[in-house]
Design a protein around this ligand. Structure first.
Ligand code: SF4
Length: 261
């Protein structure tokens, strides 16, 4: 079974939601707003990939004011990223797979830069920089991306880092960097193996007709879930508008990576 960071996030957030999405194959409609955000994100990723491959991007950028703004802002804020250094290996949409027990953990780095003594994973986000970096530090994208690199390369954990670039931040693109370490590597390995063991047990139960566990009754997780009616859960009406909009962004961050051909 292939697993991505998005699937691990979902599994950790609510196993039943994982079941409905990936095992029962229940497809939920995306809103127009979500579709627009996703296609803007895909366009930016495609553009960055074309740029990295040395293909012309001017014609595409000229036709889209939003893309133009993001590209111009990024070129000013992250000149060093866009300028290859001598002797480094760079690849956009760099894919790695690691087998852990019966699972294939798959990661796709928007840009991977490897030098003699360090290597960097870069990820583009087309939403504003989140206020709370702890949430992103604990997100499976940050954890799994660095873990898989440490496991599939000769680099020491201390030589690995991951940087998110948020191109839609208020005045100019902003970044958040997470440095990896051997201590973190051990912690993630433990957490990952526990989660995979739970998944194996839930899958066995599912095969004999049992459902994956739900989050506890009254959990706010249900407020952001499309299966709220199916699970017969109630919407927590006291959730403030600010809390709602703050919580919507991490969900977008968990949407499955799109492989650009
Ligand atoms: S409604 Fe709640 S319990 Fe049901 S799948 Fe969604 S998050 Fe899980």
């Amino acid at each position: 079974m292939r697993l991505s960071q998005g699937q691990l996030n979902l599994l950790e957030r609510c196993p039943r939601q994982f079941q409905h999405t990936y095992l029962d194959g229940i497809i939920s409609p995306t809103s127009l707003e979500q579709q627009e955000r996703l296609s803007s994100g895909s366009r930016f990723h495609l553009l960055m990939q074309q740029r990295e491959l040395g293909l012309p991007i001017d014609a595409i950028v000229k036709e889209n004011e939003q893309l133009q703004g993001w590209m111009n802002g990024f070129a000013i804020a992250a000149t060093e990223i866009l300028t290859p250094a001598d002797g480094e290996f760079r690849e956009s949409e760099h894919c790695r797979t690691l087998q852990v027990e019966e699972y294939l953990l798959t990661v796709i780095y928007d840009l991977f830069i490897a030098r003699d003594d360090t290597c960097q994973i870069l990820d583009w986000k087309t939403y504003p920089k989140p206020q709370d970096r702890r949430k992103l530090a604990q997100n499976w994208q940050t954890l799994l991306y660095q873990y898989v690199l440490a496991e599939t390369s000769e680099y020491l954990p201390e030589q690995i880092s991951m940087t998110y670039w948020f191109v839609q931040s208020d005045d100019k693109p902003q970044s958040l960097t997470f440095n990896y370490s051997n201590t973190l590597h051990q912690q993630i390995e433990k957490k990952l193996k526990q989660l995979l063991l739970q998944l194996t047990n839930w899958l066995k139960s599912y095969e004999i007709g049992e459902q994956f566990p739900q989050v506890v009754e009254g959990s706010k997780t249900c407020n952001y879930c499309q299966f709220i009616s199916k699970c017969d859960r109630n919407f927590e009406a006291d959730l403030s508008a600010q809390e709602y909009s703050t919580n919507k962004l991490p969900l977008l961050a968990n949407i499955q990576e799109v492989v650009i051909q």
